[in-house]
Design a protein around this ligand. Structure first.
Ligand code: ZN
Length: 463
């Protein structure tokens, strides 16, 4: 049985959906004010692994991922550029979809946009007003009264003695120490330019937190199974989502809160000022699948240190997997069923690792142990067509979660030449263009032509 670490209880809990085999998941973001950076990507990939493993276990998953296309940041930056909020956010929404496809993230079932759910937010805020959990301030903005919601702070473990009753915070993002009544509806101010809605609540726009409460319950119900995001969202965003939703419905909002740890770059926090800030687009010379491998190879609750060395190691690991696939496809030994035991053992280890709060490092270890054992059987010519088929079937099953292998590759070129292709790709990524060109020429003489694509270097044999 799958166990997940629930931020709410700070414990691993057995995962049991509310409705049989059906699972509802809500994942936050992106906020479409920039290209997604690799820190965002780590979070989205962890969520992809969770979702894929639920599918592997036979659950029926309904996945909702919202697009935050109105908040403080999107308004600020669209104004800076002097274009409309819509034009601005559409650019980054489109880029988001392109980026997640490159790293093989399964699309969500529904992508609600905040700007298309203002009606739902207004009715939720009205309900909070009616129940006395919200109030209108002098300027006409509406705030959530945290004092009234007794469970406030249960997710982020806030010390209530520090709270200032009646103090307010209007901006979307703030620190835990500044927990205060937060804005549900922000009355229009000149800073918002032409971003506003005329509603029963007045002329204004929603706060960021109410967006997710309104959109999640619309598509998943008042109570649903899993809500996930980066740990930076625990406070204030998720804490406020709980307050808004549970105050309005009187029901438990989310059953399992799953949070992903930070990404570091070269041992430091990623930031533009340190010059170690990367979007996926900045890394266009690297294979996105290598990046996927690197990100999911660590445990989702552990901070991950991104280095280019680790990225090269990821590339080598994928190469080992793909080489095994190529060799299995050509296996010509006698079928003696010798692969059965390693397959069964690897499957068991893999599943028990994944069942234990998605322990991908252990699951990968089981996979590579299987690679070693298979290679040794292949070296002894002890794998036949049937054996190879069952090994490939197992790899495909594993790859339904990891999604890093290539089963379509044609083994038309020798292992040595394939190695040269990879070696040249590496040199090229490291900007050793002269050496990379030497290899290209050498391969071209043998009739092997290369094509450098966004998904890495492809080769074909000239007939
Ligand atoms: Zn959210």
């Amino acid at each position: 049985m799958l166990r997940l670490y629930n931020t709410l209880s700070r414990k691993k809990e057995a995962f049991k959906p509310l409705h049989g085999k059906k699972v509802g998941i809500y994942t936050c973001g992106p906020t479409v004010y920039d290209f997604i950076h690799i820190g965002n990507l780590k979070s989205f990939l962890a969520e992809d692994v969770l979702k894929r493993y639920l599918l592997y276990k036979g659950f029926k998953v309904k996945h909702v991922r919202n697009i935050t296309d109105v908040d403080d940041k999107t308004i600020r930056d669209s104004k800076k550029e002097g274009i409309s909020l819509q034009e601005f956010t559409e650019r980054y929404t489109k880029a988001f979809f392109e980026d997640i496809e490159k790293v093989r993230i399964l699309p969500a079932d529904i992508y609600p946009k905040a700007t298309e759910h203002i009606k739902e937010m207004v009715s939720l805020i009205k309900k909070l007003l009616q129940k006395g959990y919200a109030y209108k301030a002098e300027d006409g903005s509406i705030y959530f009264k945290i004092e009234k919601f007794k469970k406030y702070g249960k997710l982020a473990h806030i010390d209530f003695r520090q709270l200032k009753a009646g103090a307010r915070v209007k901006q979307d993002e703030y620190e835990k120490g500044q927990a205060q009544d937060f804005a549900l509806w922000k009355v229009w101010s000149s800073e918002d330019g032409n971003v506003f809605w005329e509603t029963e609540l007045g002329k204004g726009r929603p706060g960021w937190h109410i967006e997710c409460s309104a959109m999640s319950s619309k598509y998943l119900g008042k109570t649903f199974d899993i809500h996930s995001g980066g740990i930076d969202l625990i406070f204030p965003h998720h804490e406020n989502e709980i307050a808004q939703s549970e105050a309005a419905t009187g029901k438990k909002f989310v059953r399992y809160w799953v949070h992903n740890a930070f990404l570091m770059v070269n041992g430091e926090k990623m930031s533009k000022s340190l010059g170690n800030f990367y979007t996926l687009r900045d890394l266009k010379d690297y294979n996105p699948i290598d990046i996927r491998f690197l990100m999911i190879n660590g445990h989702y609750r552990q901070p991950l240190n991104f280095t280019f060395e680790a990225l090269r190691a990821a590339q080598n690991s994928i190469e080992r997997l793909n080489e095994l696939i190529a060799k299995l496809k050509e296996a010509k030994g006698k079928d003696r069923g010798k692969i059965k035991k390693p397959v069964a053992a690897a499957k068991k280890k893999f599943e028990s690792a994944m069942d234990d709060d998605l322990n991908t490092p252990l699951a990968f270890a089981a996979l590579f142990e299987f690679v070693r054992e298979s290679n040794s059987l292949l070296d002894k010519n002890s794998i036949g067509k049937k054996d190879a088929a069952s090994a490939l079937q197992f790899l495909k099953k594993v790859d339904s979660i990891f999604a890093v292998m290539d089963f379509e590759q044609k083994a038309e070129i020798s292992k040595e030449d394939l190695h040269l292709v990879k070696e040249r790709e590496r040199l090229r990524n490291e900007k050793h263009f002269a050496e990379a060109d030497e290899i290209r020429k050498k391969l071209a003489e043998k009739g092997i032509l290369l094509d450098d694509t966004e998904k890495g270097t492809k080769w074909k044999v000239q007939k």
